[in-house]
Design a protein around this ligand. Structure first.
Ligand code: ARG
Ligand code: GLU
Length: 711
């Protein structure tokens, strides 16, 4: 009975929402009822060091968290990926074999990488909207807001090294300012080998049960005053105001957890038309076109280690969207997402019947989507089909050059193309075969769907179109390294005309002219603007209609808190997913013949001897991952998953496939975030890699003994 009741409370509390740290007081009671033992002020407080000081925005797309007093932070392996590959060669292949700095001087600088700390945030709505009234036109409104923002941010950081940004919330009904400190000397400290950090690869991506050791470690360096500075050998490890304590207690089903990080984008409040467009029109096109590209890349990757390294990063990103969109569309349709939105819209319309400011908003939104839709589809084809091959991105550069008159720009473009030409062809010979196949197949797909009428001559068979495309590929100067070099070396004012006659440039021009027709584009931009403006009114109306609901603002790459519980789920009839996975599952998945499922000998050895040290469970298992009901999205990768005491228990890195519609529609029965258990992360660093010196920097706590293991 008690268990059943406990289970009921959990699902009633399994909450949607990504909350603003500064306003977390509003959620505090709910969070404490759900099990949290700390206060909202422990999480965000502008007067005292608090958990937010341990959180960083990793570049512009992931989250990281400090785990030592000396600037050491954790994020996901897939977030550090490009920096790990950047420093990898076939001889020193850190991606495959892992990398561990055994001393500070081995830590590798990562030019371009930033780690941003939020200093404070502020509601600046009234200042941003100063001078705006109900009568202000949209264009005027935009320019007033822009100029207000410029003044407010400049004033906020005057005399400091901080940077301020202001972002709209609820479609511009509210504005918050973020004052940030941006660190630029960030160095790679450690990354597990691929078959741990990416175990399961794209096969397991977005799926549970999961066994990926998705973490990497970096360190922030600062100048002698602990302030951000460009890379310099004399910089010192940064001393964060706060670093996270790590709990060795582990997780149990039903435990309270929260995720603190930078979710990128959600569209919780959009209309049924928007959901329909994304899930049932755009996603299927993108999925098909990426299936084509992946087929060719995967074939090449299986042919040699060099090619695997070459394509790894690009394939990971193509495959990531490809798989997510499939889960999203299925999830929306399973939930009858479009119909549910329509039902809500009918209720809204009834409520709005005698409210003139809201009465027209939904019909006008419907009209705007009608205008938007056809152009949106054309642009999707352009991005996913026309731009699918390297050939066409190179052609884009040539097309730009051919259409430039400005002498300086011509010179710049010619030089850049010369460099790219050398690089492109010396890279690897296999590539043009792969690229040619992708070019042809994606264009043919688009032509069959009716979006490339310019490909038609007198003949209209697929074979004919393929032949035409093959000829373009083979005859274009862009695919002849020697000829192209000579052409660029002797580039004159007259060369542009010749370039325009190149079959690839011609083809690109036709595709571009069709997709970017100025008249269509004007209508498209207007529709987008209308949608922005109307959504502002619609969301305001929604809030008025449901005064008791605490609405969370859509994610916009600002710091948020999501909370929930460790909880399994039923993905389909007859199946229940437990909320955690263990090393045993890695051994079950092991397959030396499949790249994604190769297990490191050293890891097997540790498994066989059950040498888990203090990281294993009391009953002798090595935990690897767990799932919870926290509402997360892209950007939350690397975010700390914290327990009721605000201690680190895991790293967020993914969502379960059956719940990937949560950017549009959250369902507590299906939506789960996937976390790396911190104990597996520590085990890999310590037992697998022998990098115990990094563990020594951390603060490990086991609550029953309250023992602090190291500091
Ligand atoms: N799905 C995760 C996220 O969206 C991980 C992506 C990287 N991993 C991969 N196998 N492609 O970003
Ligand atoms: N892997 C995602 C990221 O890069 C997180 C998964 C998600 O989209 O929830 O942020």
């Amino acid at each position: 009975m008690l268990l059943a009741m406990a289970a009921m409370t959990i699902s009633a509390l399994a909450d949607e929402g990504m909350w603003i740290p500064m306003l977390l007081g509003r959620n505090e009671a709910d969070m404490q009822r759900a099990g949290m033992r700390i206060s909202a002020k422990d999480i965000y407080d502008i007067n005292n060091a608090c958990l937010k000081d341990a959180i960083i925005l990793f570049n512009q797309g992931c989250t990281g968290e400090y785990v030592s007093a000396e600037g050491l932070f954790l994020t996901n392996h897939h977030c550090g990926y490009s920096y790990i590959t950047m420093h990898s060669t076939v001889e020193h292949d850190y991606l495959t074999h892992g990398f561990w700095a055994m001393s500070r001087d081995q830590e590798i600088p990562c030019p371009g990488l930033t780690a941003t700390r939020l200093v404070r945030m502020e509601d600046v709505t009234s200042q941003v909207l100063k001078g705006v009234s109900a009568e202000t036109s949209e264009t005027e409104r935009a320019s007033i807001i822009e100029s207000n923002i410029r003044k407010i941010t400049a004033k906020a950081v005057e005399g400091t090294h901080y940077k301020a940004i202001i972002k709209p919330f609820y479609y511009g009904n509210q504005y918050f300012m973020y004052v940030n400190e941006v660190f630029t000397d960030v160095r790679l400290v450690g990354a597990p080998p691929s078959n741990i950090g990416k175990f399961g690869g794209d096969t397991d991506n977005w799926m549970w049960p999961r066994h990926t050791g998705d973490f990497s470690m970096f360190r922030v360096y600062a100048d002698k005053d602990n302030k951000p500075a460009a890379y310099n050998v004399n910089n010192k490890p940064y001393k964060p105001l706060k670093h996270l304590e790590i709990s060795l207690d582990g997780v149990n089903e039903g435990d309270f957890t929260f995720v603190f990080g930078y979710p990128g984008t959600t569209q919780r409040y959009v209309t049924s038309d928007a959901v329909e467009l994304a899930a049932n029109i755009e996603n299927p096109i993108r999925i098909d076109l990426r299936t084509i590209r992946l087929k060719h890349y995967n074939k090449a990757m299986n042919q040699s280690p060099a090619q695997r390294l070459k394509y790894a990063s690009r394939v990971a990103s193509i495959a990531n969207g490809w798989k997510k969109w499939q889960g999203e569309t299925q999830g929306i349709n399973r939930l009858r997402g479009v119909e549910k939105k329509r039902e809500f819209e009918r209720r809204f319309q009834q409520w709005a019947a005698n409210r003139p400011q809201y009465y027209n908003v939904l019909p006008q939104l419907a009209e705007a989507y009608k205008q938007l839709r056809p152009v949106e589809v054309e642009l999707t084809y352009f991005n996913e089909a026309v731009m699918a091959s390297d050939f066409m991105s190179r052609t884009l550069a040539a097309w730009r050059l051919a259409n430039t008159d400005d002498e300086l720009k011509v010179l710049e473009a010619v030089n850049k193309m010369k460099n790219d030409n050398e690089k492109y062809f010396t890279d690897f010979a296999q590539h043009t075969i792969v690229d040619r196949a992708i070019f042809i197949e994606t264009f043919v797909y688009m032509w069959k769907a009716g979006y490339a009428p310019y490909l038609e001559g007198s003949e209209k068979t697929v074979a004919q179109i393929e032949k035409t495309l093959g000829k373009i590929y083979d005859e274009s100067i862009l695919n002849n390294q020697v000829k192209l070099k000579k052409f660029l070396d002797n580039y004159t004012a007259k060369s542009g005309k010749k370039l325009k006659d190149d079959p690839a440039v011609k083809l690109f021009d036709q595709a571009y002219t069709l997709a970017y027709d100025p008249q269509k584009l004007t209508a498209y931009r207007k529709a987008q603007q209308d949608i922005q403006r109307l959504m502002r009114t619609y969301v305001k109306g929604m809030m008025e209609m449901q005064p008791d609901v605490n609405f969370f603002p859509d994610a916009n790459l600002t710091l948020r808190v999501a909370y929930g519980h460790v909880e399994g789920f039923r993905p389909r009839d007859g199946v229940y997913y437990k909320p955690y996975s263990t090393l045993q599952g890695i051994m079950e998945k092991e397959n030396p013949d499949i790249y994604d499922y190769v297990v490191e000998p050293r890891l097997k050895e540790l498994y066989n001897t059950k040498d888990y040290g203090r990281y294993g469970t009391p009953d002798g298992h090595m935990p690897v991952g767990f799932i919870a009901t926290n509402h997360t999205t892209g950007g939350n990768s690397g975010s700390p998953v914290l327990n009721a005491d605000g201690r680190l228990i895991g790293l967020n890195f993914d969502r379960c496939w059956e719940g990937t519609m949560s950017d549009l529609l959250f369902d507590p029965d299906y939506c789960r975030n996937i976390c790396l258990d911190i104990r597996y992360c520590l085990f890999i660093i310590d037992k697998f890699a022998g990098a115990g010196h990094l563990i020594d920097e951390m603060t490990l706590i086991r609550s029953n003994s309250n023992e602090v293991q190291s500091e």
